[in-house]
Design a protein around this ligand. Structure first.
Ligand SMILES: [Zn+2]
Length: 486
């Protein structure tokens, strides 16, 4: 094999290790070059980039979750300087407000029984000068009590004002039992040793809580049912963000906590998340958008379950990179985020077709199941080399009425975890959807992934070239003689 052939073979195998071997191993004899393998750290860091997808907002999550492995926390230390810049009380959902600084903040929830607060600020002065006055503008007083304060973890920038809050309102302060030792505010403890989520009731609200040791041993995440534009939404607040630990067992706990959080956010279909350190997950930008342009319907704060799960998976990948750096013997599969999109001109009453891809390329030889929105099985198919699964529905589908869910449940090997994905679409007349897809293909041609014109239904590479198979699928699906409007 000459050098050119070796590189071609390596590209075909899409293995970074093979590529390095082919490119770097070209000594004079050129045969059997020493294999330069990617370290586990490099593999996880590469995965954190490949998991970004075409969503620019994910860069933000990656830059914070991966900063430890990149620059050992310098980015967090730099943000601490913004703790003197106040952010005013801002309504982010119908019944949830944020108040704080650009470094760290607190959430106030309101219902007919009164207020509930998440996190207790940096110190007593902050509570006196900002938080208590803000709660009074929301009605705090004899008829509107503060019914409880949920503290994400026992660091002073989250519970520094807890004594003041308890003294002035009498509200119970909830904290993970593993962080509770020596706290002057005598917290009501949440059992940190319970690794499964459980519900608590505070002020007439059901809040799902999850022990997430790692940042501290007593850290907790909270899933709050809130209202947005009159509909129920779920908001996840976790304070245990940056990985302060150099100690391997704690990093391992942090990784496990992220995996359990991912599972819970998926299972409960949580709509959005916010960290009290709002710079961490981009929610500071969302709050500033709401301040500048008003709250939209739905709120700018709702990022959706798909993006939230992708963000959490990126966080998990970055954490795995950090653990690999600290403990090169740790064995961690690479998490790969998949996307599932219906193919052009699908779903129709005659054919169901969807494509599964991830940052590494098409996801082939996996099962995609198609069901009605009500859960009735329609058909299943394996993905081909392009990641496309196609089958005919077992029962009649009504055009314009029925919705179809396509789902890939995920798959694991020793070295990889392919995360599942799903998509829902209305059954359409191929003459309508085909013409629309054709118009989208024409306008998207020459655009790049990530451009506004890019349609997820179409496979367009970074140079704006559309996968021919997509164009064929459109033309094949269009009923004979259909004349699409130009
Ligand atoms: Zn902390």
């Amino acid at each position: 094999m000459n050098r050119q052939q070796k590189i071609a073979a390596a590209v075909a195998a899409t293995s970074a290790a093979a590529l390095i071997a082919a490119c770097g191993g070209g000594g004079s004899s050129a045969e059997a070059p020493a294999l330069v393998t990617q370290s586990a750290f490099e593999l996880q860091m590469e995965a954190s980039r490949l998991n970004l997808g075409a969503d620019p907002s994910m860069q933000h999550w990656r830059s914070f979750y991966c900063n430890l492995s990149d620059d050992n926390n310098a980015i967090v230390i730099a943000q601490r300087a913004r703790n003197s810049i106040r952010m005013p009380l801002t309504q982010i959902l119908d019944d949830v407000w944020y108040i704080g600084t650009e470094y760290v903040g607190q959430y106030i929830l309101k219902n007919s029984q009164g207020l509930v607060k998440i996190d207790a600020g940096n110190n007593a002065d902050e509570m006196r000068n900002y938080n208590l006055p803000a709660m009074r503008t929301l009605g705090l007083g004899p008829g509107v009590p503060l019914n409880g304060v949920l503290v994400t973890h026992g660091h002073a920038d989250h519970d520094g004002g807890a004594v003041e809050l308890k003294t002035s309102t009498g509200a119970p302060i909830y904290l993970g039992s593993a962080d509770a030792a020596g706290k002057a505010y005598a917290p009501t403890t949440l059992d940190s040793s319970v690794m499964t989520p459980f519900d608590i009731s505070v002020g007439g609200r059901t809040i799902t809580v999850l022990s997430t040791p790692g940042h501290t041993v007593g850290a907790f995440g909270f899933i709050v049912r809130a209202q947005d534009d009159g509909k129920e939404v779920k908001l996840f607040v976790s304070g245990g963000s940056s990985l302060v630990a150099e100690n391997v067992p704690l990093i391992q706990s942090y990784l496990n906590s992220m995996e359990r959080t991912y599972d819970l956010l998926k299972k409960m279909k949580v709509d959005t998340a916010s960290n009290p350190h709002t710079y961490w997950d981009g929610s500071r930008n969302l709050i500033q958008q709401i301040q500048a342009e008003g709250r939209k319907k739905p709120s700018q704060f709702i990022i959706g379950n798909d993006r939230l799960l992708r963000a959490m998976a990126i966080g998990r990948t970055c954490t795995a990179a950090w653990l690999a750096k600290k403990d090169p013997t740790a064995v961690m599969p690479v998490w790969r985020v998949s996307s599932l999109d219906f193919m052009p001109a699908s779903p129709s009453a005659a054919q169901l077709s969807a494509r599964v891809t991830n940052g590494w390329g098409p996801v082939s030889s996996q099962t995609v199941s198609f069901t009605t929105a009500a859960g009735a099985a329609l058909c299943t198919a394996r993905t081909d080399k392009d990641g496309v699964a196609t089958c005919q529905p077992a029962s009649a589908l009504k055009v314009g009425t029925d919705r179809v869910i396509a789902r890939f449940d995920g798959a694991s090997t020793v070295s990889t975890v392919d995360l599942g994905s799903e998509s829902t679409a209305l059954v359409e007349d191929p003459a309508v959807s085909g013409c629309r897809d054709l118009a989208a293909a024409r306008s998207a041609s020459g655009s790049r992934q990530g451009d506004a014109l890019y349609s997820p239904r179409l496979d367009i590479n970074a140079d704006g070239v559309i996968n021919l198979r997509d164009l064929e699928a459109i033309t094949k699906a269009l009923p004979a003689g259909t004349a699409c409007k130009a």
